[in-house]
Write a protein that binds this ligand. Structure first.
Ligand code: ADP
Length: 470
């Protein structure tokens, strides 16, 4: 173990979702203790901010390299506490580290500008400066990547950051912290603070005068609470909230490519990502052929402990998650949907749900309007393009959308019409550190990754210089 763990019940107990066994107990910080961490982070910040961007980049790059050198150890930790299959966990470690590499470089390009003047004797310019001390609250479904994509731009910009990881997955977060400090990131500047009082810490982050910015990834419900609380201090917010991604298959689609895309988008992390395909809209003419192909592929999925070789679908995060998925499937069935495969808890154990295909789903069913966060494919049949766009946009969410088509005119029309922050055209996996990730409507504010991700941690200062003539 890279860090100290406690006896059962003395802090946050961390369970393996596959076995439901306790794997560690970590220290739980109170809001008062975390207030102390914020103050220390803020005190460490000026020295860090005064270093050159290149100097910060060298340290961040070292952090990236240490993470990649421990990729297998970190992946084992991610699988143990989140349940995802080892191959996915390894992928997440590399994906998470990629944000550090990216922002280490991007920090060097926090350019200001000079603006042609509006009056003789005056000059107009802008500079970009670090926001200050930041806080982050992260979820359990990507215990590494959701942290690095906030911390890396913050540190690259010259900010300090205190992170509250999800209660279920503090171990990967603590391991990241150990490696960061080993890389030379000052200990007080970046801290991981697990807690059993998420609401208390959320309030602290929103109201502490030294916290200039809060970045949150999680549910829309909690995002709304934080937004309300942040009003008191006008704390800057980035919110990456829930989604209800449509995955649309038009009748001119390459069906095999669409099936590949759906399998990748839907079943990653057993359906527990905010960009997972949530509703599968299939045009009349290809509906039956598409469903048959998906059923064939779903039959090949292997449910089990993510640490076992060959497993492609791990457990859900806990029994409550299984219960929620069971309820959604049950309600859809009652309302007239047909179960083509799966449909119930898996024989693998109480924490597992079978990969499930539902047909005859209508947009008003809960399984098509709520975020499922499980391995369920609800198929809605549609008639024409206008119909598909109407159904796809008829949701308060606006994170990711996907569609498969070949006609160039249709591709442009649909891409422009979808009210989403991200659109995958003929592709089911869109996440990368080089592109801006984020949503609109109830799916949130702000973008992570790409050059835009750095802006979230920079203030733009305008400076008017007069007296040039004299
Ligand atoms: P999920 O359904 O993914 O668990 P949550 O929004 O409940 O979504 O959790 C995401 C993160 O938000 C976790 O770190 C959790 O501890 C934290 N969280 C939960 N409730 C609150 C709250 N009231 N204030 C601040 N953070 C919270």
């Amino acid at each position: 173990m890279l860090f100290a763990t406690l006896a059962a019940g003395e802090g946050l107990d961390v369970l393996n979702p596959a076995t439901e066994n306790r794997i560690a107990t970590v220290r739980s910080y109170s809001p008062e203790e975390i207030a102390g961490l914020i103050e220390r982070a803020d005190a460490a910040r000026p020295v860090w901010a005064a270093r050159t961007a290149k100097d910060r980049a060298v340290v961040l790059r070292r952090w990236h390299d240490l993470i990649m050198a421990r990729q297998d150890d970190l992946a084992a930790l991610v699988t143990a506490e989140s349940g995802k299959p080892l191959a996915e966990a390894r992928g997440e470690v590399a994906y998470g580290a990629a944000f550090i590499e990216w922002f280490a470089e991007e920090g060097k390009r926090a350019y200001g500008e000079t603006i042609p003047t509006f009056a003789p004797g005056k000059r107009v310019l802008t500079i970009r400066q670090a926001v200050g001390t930041c806080a982050a609250i992260t979820p359990w479904n990507f215990p590494i990547a959701m942290i690095t994509r906030k911390v890396a731009p913050a540190l690259a910009a010259g900010c300090a950051m205190v992170v509250k990881p999800a209660e279920a997955t503090p171990l990967s977060a603590l391991a990241l912290e150990v490696l960061a400090h080993e890389a030379g990131i000052p200990a007080d500047l970046f801290r991981i603070a697990p807690t059993d009082d998420p609401a208390g810490v959320g309030t602290l982050f929103c109201t502490h005068p030294l916290v200039r910015k809060l970045s949150f990834t999680g549910s829309t419900r909690v995002g709304q609470i934080l937004m309300e609380q942040a009003a008191a201090n006008v704390t800057r917010l980035s919110l990456e909230l829930g989604g209800n991604a449509p995955f649309i298959v038009f009748d001119d689609a390459d069906l095999d490519a669409a099936v590949d895309g759906l399998m990748a988008s839907k079943f990653r992390n057993a359906g527990q990502t905010c960009v997972c395909a949530n509703r599968i809209l299939v045009q009349d003419g290809v509906h039956d052929a598409f469903v048959a192909k998906v059923a064939e592929r779903v039959a090949g999925l292997v449910v089990g402990d993510g640490a076992a070789s060959g497993v492609t679908i791990g457990p859900l995060i806990n029994r409550a998650a299984v219960g929620k998925v069971r309820e959604l499937v049950g309600a859809a069935r009652k309302a007239g949907a047909s179960v083509i495969s799966g449909g119930k808890q898996s024989d693998a154990g109480a924490g597992f749900f079978e990969p499930t295909i539902l047909t005859g789903v209508r947009p008003d069913m809960a399984v098509a309007s709520a975020e499922i966060f499980g391995p369920v494919v609800p198929v809605i049949r549609f008639v024409d393009e206008a119909d598909a766009i109407r159904i796809a946009n008829d949701t308060p969410f606006g994170l990711a959308a996907y569609f498969y088509a070949r006609d160039m005119g249709r591709i442009w029309r649909v891409m422009e019409a979808l009210e989403y922050g991200m659109v995958g055209v003929n592709d089911g996996i869109i996440s990368t550190e080089v592109a801006p990730f984020g949503g609109i409507k109830h799916s949130g504010l702000g973008r992570e990754g790409s050059r835009h991700g750095l802006d979230e941690y920079l203030e733009l200062k305008y400076c008017l210089m007069g007296g040039i003539d004299r």
